[in-house]
Design a protein around this ligand. Structure first.
Ligand SMILES: Nc1ncnc2c1ncn2[C@@H]1O[C@H](COP(=O)(O)OP(=O)(O)O)[C@@H](O)[C@H]1O
Ligand SMILES: [Mg+2]
Length: 475
């Protein structure tokens, strides 16, 4: 027999509802229960007769049916605690002929199979995460050896020899030198030739960690140490580096408050995680680096003297590139080989004029600046020989510029041969001016980045970003 929709009897409708949804409740506009099915009433422990005609709030825990019956807005997949289990509730307003007359609600248990499936998936992900975490720690090894430090000049060789000599000892090393001279490279090499080479090498840039996070980053924190702290706490970098080497880059930028905490950790050979009573023993070798004059900072009271002596057991001063011009060609060739691999090029070389130009330049950003200049050159290179035209204008024209300056000391007067100067994209001119201003500011304040940023009237982060772009940063 064919059954037409509008002729569905109440019995049919009831049976269909019963089959489709296990637990259902219907209320009128005032939130009074007009219907509740057997499964639901059984679940909450009231009979059909007890429930019907009563306010839904008196019968069902945490219900919002009376609200939906008033607002006319449906609520889907709400979590609703009932009888100590959390149910998933769907609540729909009922409109008849466009008029809000009540609401119908269903609740169901989250499918236990689904929950189990979800849990399995989470467990697998956690396992995977732990695996990679361990792996990441294992990969905290040094990447460079002394063979990667190119340069035969007397001053550079002397620094290298000293580095090799002290690598075997456990003494603290302070690497000093301008930004981009290879301090980080030295730190890697020292770790790699030390007895700690099988343990982690952890580099920490003291200038880029916000002061409020210093302690928790370095020493870790206990579960619930502060709001937003990760559950289960977090291991500090000092603990991660245990038995290995910690490289404290830009140590001159470490705030005073942190300096005393660092000193204590180094003296006691233990760290105290934030929010925890217990201390953890640590066994570390410290290599620190800075492009600032720490002695002067000690005199000025911005760097702790006791910490300075603790770090400065062995000082290796890495000479600026302009003071070892004989190394420029060898380093350039070495960098070019690296860049060839990076850019899938082969057989590139420098024209003799380029080599001359590179030797003439003053390199305020040292090897990092040289690296940037060569990367730019290889990017704009069509053939295989790097010519003068592939160098940025500020290097190509340095002689021209210094002549111009000599000719017209008054900056207001335009140089006579301006029309002969090739026009370059505005962006490049602006970039050159910006770089010059930053280098100048750094020079004026003796490498103090915070002070330089202040002088220039820009924020610390923006300043660091720009330094990176122009190869002027120490990190
Ligand atoms: N002697 C060198 N030979 C080859 N590459 C070098 C040398 N010195 C520095 N570099 C390269 O120059 C860049 C800057 O060196 P880095 O160690 O970060 O300098 P710093 O820490 O002193 O600012 C790095 O990419 C590094 O590989
Ligand atoms: Mg550095």
């Amino acid at each position: 027999m064919k059954v037409e929709m509008k002729r569905l009897s109440v019995d049919w409708l009831m049976e269909i509802i019963h089959l489709c949804i296990e637990r259902i409740v219907i209320v009128d506009r005032d939130g009074m229960i007009v219907y509740i099915d057997e499964a639901y009433s059984e679940f909450i422990g009231v009979s059909f007769d007890e429930a019907v005609g009563r306010s839904v709030q008196d019968v069902i825990e945490n219900t919002r049916m009376h609200i939906v019956a008033k607002t006319g807005r449906k609520e889907i997949e709400h979590l609703q605690p009932i009888n100590e289990s959390v149910m998933i509730a769907n609540r729909y307003p009922i409109f008849i002929d466009g008029e809000l007359v009540g609401a119908v609600g269903t609740v169901m248990f989250p499918d236990p199979d689904n929950v189990r499936h979800f849990q399995n998936k989470m467990n697998n992900l956690m396992e995977e995460l732990n695996f990679y975490k361990k792996k990441a720690v294992n990969e905290l090894t040094s990447k460079y050896s002394f063979d990667d430090l190119i340069g035969n000049s007397h001053s550079f060789q002397a620094a290298k020899t000293l580095g090799k000599k002290v690598a075997g000892s456990d003494s603290s090393v302070l690497l000093t030198g301008e930004s981009g001279t290879g301090k980080e490279l030295f730190a890697h090499a020292i770790h790699q030739s030390s007895v700690r080479s099988n343990y982690p090498f952890v580099a920490i840039n003291c200038a880029s960690i916000p002061e409020v996070l210093f302690e928790s980053e370095l020493f870790g924190y206990e579960d619930g140490a502060f709001t937003g702290a990760k559950k289960g706490g977090k291991e500090g970098l000092f603990k991660v580096a245990n038995r290995g080497t910690v490289f404290l880059d830009e140590i001159g930028d470490m705030p005073l408050s942190m300096q005393s905490k660092l000193l204590r950790a180094l003296q006691e050979k233990e760290v105290q995680p934030v929010g925890g009573p217990k201390t953890l023993p640590i066994d570390l070798r410290i290599i620190a680096a800075t492009n600032r004059d720490l002695m002067k900072m000690v005199e000025e009271g911005t760097f702790r003297q006791d910490l300075f002596y603790r770090l400065n057991v062995i000082n290796i001063e890495i000479p600026a590139l302009r003071k070892r011009k004989e190394d420029i060609e060898a380093i350039s060739n070495n960098l070019l080989q690296k860049l060839e691999r990076k850019f899938y090029r082969k057989g590139t070389s420098f024209s003799p004029e380029v080599v001359e130009k590179l030797k003439e330049h003053q390199w305020p950003g040292n090897v990092r600046e040289l690296e940037n200049v060569l990367e730019r050159a290889i990017n704009v290179l069509d053939g295989t020989t790097i010519q003068l035209e592939h160098l940025p204008l500020y290097i190509r024209d340095q002689e021209l510029k210094s002549n111009e300056l000599k000719e017209s000391p008054d900056n207001e007067t335009p140089p006579k041969n301006l029309s002969q100067t090739p026009v370059q994209p505005l962006k490049e001119t602006i970039a050159q001016a910006e770089k010059k201003a930053i280098a100048h500011a750094l020079e004026v304040v003796g490498g103090d980045k915070l002070a330089a940023a202040k002088l220039l009237g820009i924020g610390k982060t923006s300043f660091y970003n720009k330094c990176k772009v122009y190869g002027l940063s120490g990190s």
